[in-house]
Design a protein around this ligand. Structure first.
Ligand SMILES: C[S@@+](CC[C@H](N)C(=O)[O-])C[C@H]1O[C@@H](n2cnc3c(N)ncnc32)[C@H](O)[C@@H]1O
Length: 220
C-alpha cells in the first residue's frame, strides 16, 4: 500500500476506535471512509459496513458470551446422532464459535481475521453457493439470518449442502440489535416466527432461549 493510502487507513482506524467509545460522530467516520477502499460507502453500503464491523463487532460480544455460545453449539453438535463430516459456518464474520472446516462470508476483511476456519470462502449467501449438495454434515449461522433479504433461499441452500442427518444451527439475539445495525437488519421476527420459517425447510426444529439468545436446530 502506498504511504498516503496507509496513512489515511491508519487515521480511519484510529477514529473508529474513538467511534466505538462514543467519542466521535458517525458523520466523521462516514467522511473518512471515503478515502479507504474497503470502507468506502460506510454505513450504507453493506460490504463496506461489514468490512468496518470487523473492528467493532468483536467488542459487541464479550468473551464470556462467546464461550457460552461455543459451549451451547458444541452441545447441539454432539447431541442426538453426532455429526462427523465437514462443517460450514455461514456469515462467519471474524469469529467462528466452533472451529469449522469452511467459513463463508461476504466481507473479505471479516474473513481475514477469522482464525477458527480452515478454508475461507468470500461470497454472497443470497446467490447460489459454490458447494456440492450433501457436502457438509453441520452448518451454523450465528447472528446472521436477520441481516439477509432472501432468507428462504439461504435456508434452501443450507438444506441442499447438508448431508442426510446433517444439522443446521442458528443463533440470534433475543434482545434485538443496535441502532447502527438496524440499518442492515432485514428480518425482525420473534422466536416462534423464526421457528416456523425454519420448519418450512427443515421439518421439526428445536428451539430455546438462554442468556438473551435464541438457539434453533434442525436435522436434514
Ligand atoms: C453480525 S455479523 C456476525 C458474524 C459472526 N457470525 C459472529 O457472530 O461473530 C454478520 C455477518 O454476516 C455477514 N453477511 C451479511 N450479509 C451477508 C451476505 N449476503 N452474504 C454473506 N455474508 C453476509 C457479514 O459480513 C458479517 O460477517
Amino acid at each position: 500500500m502506498v504511504d498516503g493510502a496507509q496513512r489515511l487507513e491508519d487515521e480511519f482506524l484510529l477514529k473508529l476506535v474513538d467511534f466505538a467509545y462514543g467519542q466521535v460522530d458517525a458523520s466523521e467516520i462516514e467522511k473518512l471512509s471515503l478515502e479507504v477502499s474497503w470502507a468506502k460507502g460506510w454505513p450504507k453500503d453493506p460490504v463496506a459496513f461489514w468490512n468496518v464491523e470487523t473492528f467493532l463487532w468483536q467488542r459487541r460480544i464479550p468473551k464470556k458470551k462467546r464461550d457460552f455460545i461455543e459451549t451451547e453449539l458444541l452441545k447441539i453438535k454432539e447431541s442426538k446422532d453426532s455429526t462427523l463430516g465437514k462443517s460450514l459456518d455461514i456469515g462467519c464474520g471474524s469469529y467462528s464459535y466452533i472451529v469449522s472446516d469452511v467459513g463463508l462470508d461476504v466481507s473479505s476483511r471479516m474473513l481475514k481475521f477469522n482464525d477458527r476456519i480452515l478454508e475461507k470462502v468470500q461470497g454472497d449467501l443470497e446467490e447460489k453457493w459454490n458447494f456440492s449438495s450433501g457436502e457438509f454434515s453441520y452448518v451454523s449461522c450465528v447472528f446472521g439470518l436477520n441481516y439477509l433479504n432472501k432468507v428462504d433461499f439461504v435456508l434452501s441452500e443450507a438444506l441442499r449442502v447438508l448431508s442426510q442427518g446433517g444439522k443446521f444451527v442458528v443463533v440470534l439475539s433475543a434482545k434485538g440489535v443496535s441502532a447502527l445495525h438496524q440499518q442492515h437488519e432485514k428480518q425482525k421476527f420473534g422466536l416462534d416466527s423464526w421457528k416456523l420459517l425454519l420448519e418450512k425447510h427443515f421439518g421439526t426444529v428445536d428451539s430455546y432461549e438462554k442468556e438473551d439468545l435464541w438457539f434453533f436446530f434442525g436435522i436434514k
